[in-house]
Design a protein around this ligand. Structure first.
Ligand code: DGL
Length: 324
């Protein structure tokens, strides 16, 4: 027998439910950071990695806009409080689409990582900022625009780094040839960004290789960054914005504490192969993920048409979109 709850019940609940999406496992770096910042806050998470259509980084903007519309519309069936665009490429080219799709559910907030990061950087301004991101994010100049519109006067260099996402998604992090390819690619990109004193990890996949960047910058490439290099993980500013607190000093932790991602507080979906996704996720997070399901692209494609305003309906908590 299913239990009906009204919208009223939903908004009285104390647990906050957050949806996150990315083209693949990258957004898990945001989830990981949210979990470590909010320990004990009683959050529940729904995560979608659109691995079947990864990478987004060099796709046409219209295509990404369609994916974002589908994904946000699909996520609204989970009665979320917030959606985090844990994919900077999506936020850089289609934030407005996400906001529009989310507006079908009254009160549903959409967060991205670019705005809170720009706010934090303007409050704590480095002299020269480098941004490593996908080609689409770099071409959009979303980070530069967000910084300049908030009054940042230093230099900003945005660089598309397309070789990184396929390596991080490969499920082969830690294997010698994958690590060698990562080192080569990171060296190439860091050489272009020589001289900056802050480096924004402007693609959510990159915090998973922050330790490799840190090690290159403090050893082999040390002379390229004479003033040192501060790594900036945008998930940090986002986590504090989501909680409504002032951001603590921004930092990248290359050794985040490990969490239990197998509890009922987590639901994971991928449009790709579940064992490939689970393997890549475990390598990135250093922990297994539980509650992982495959989601057909066809189900996502149907989402914008099927969606309905939550305010007008009672919600069946036994449907696929519920935790019950
Ligand atoms: N992780 C995503 C981002 O932050 C997308 C990477 C990709 O699919 O190219 O941009």
């Amino acid at each position: 027998m299913t239990k009906k709850v009204t919208e009223d019940h939903l908004y009285k609940r104390t647990t906050k439910r957050v949806g996150l999406f990315d083209s693949g496992v990258g957004g898990l770096s945001v989830l990981r950071h949210l979990v470590s910042v909010t320990q004990g806050e009683g959050l529940e998470f729904v995560y979608l990695g659109d691995a079947a259509r990864c990478p987004y980084g060099n796709r046409a903007k219209g295509e990404i806009a369609t994916f974002v519309d589908e994904i946000v519309s699909w996520l609204t069936s989970f009665q979320l409080d917030s959606i985090v665009m844990a994919c900077n490429t999506s936020a850089a080219v289609a934030k407005d689409v996400a906001v529009q799709a989310a507006s079908r559910q009254p009160g549903l907030k959409v967060y991205d990582l670019i705005e809170p990061t720009a706010e934090w950087l303007v409050a704590n301004p480095p002299k020269a900022i480098g941004v490593m991101s996908t080609i689409n994010t770099a071409n959009s100049k979303a980070f530069s625009k967000a910084l300049v519109s908030r009054g940042y006067e230093g230099s900003v260099q945005e660089l598309g780094c397309p070789k990184l996402v396929p390596l991080i998604e490969s499920g082969r992090l830690g294997e010698a040839d994958c690590e060698a390819a990562l080192t080569l690619a990171l060296t190439e990109y860091l050489q272009v960004l020589a001289g900056v004193d802050a480096l924004v990890l402007g693609c959510t996949h990159y915090p998973f290789v922050a330790d490799r960047i840190q090690s290159l910058v403090s050893l082999e490439l040390k002379e390229l960054f004479p003033n040192g290099l501060k790594l900036i993980d945008p998930a940090h500013a986002l986590a504090y914005q989501l909680l409504g607190h002032d951001a603590a000093p921004l930092a990248v932790s290359t050794s985040e504490s490990s969490n239990d991602y197998c509890t009922e507080a987590f639901r994971f979906f991928t449009t790709g192969n579940t064992s490939d996704f689970a393997q890549a996720a475990a390598l990135c997070l250093g922990a297994e993920i539980g509650n992982l399901k495959q989601l057909d692209i066809a189900e996502l494609e149907a989402a914008p048409q099927q969606n309905f305003p939550v305010a007008n309906v009672s919600i069946d908590v036994a449907t696929s979109g519920s935790f019950a």
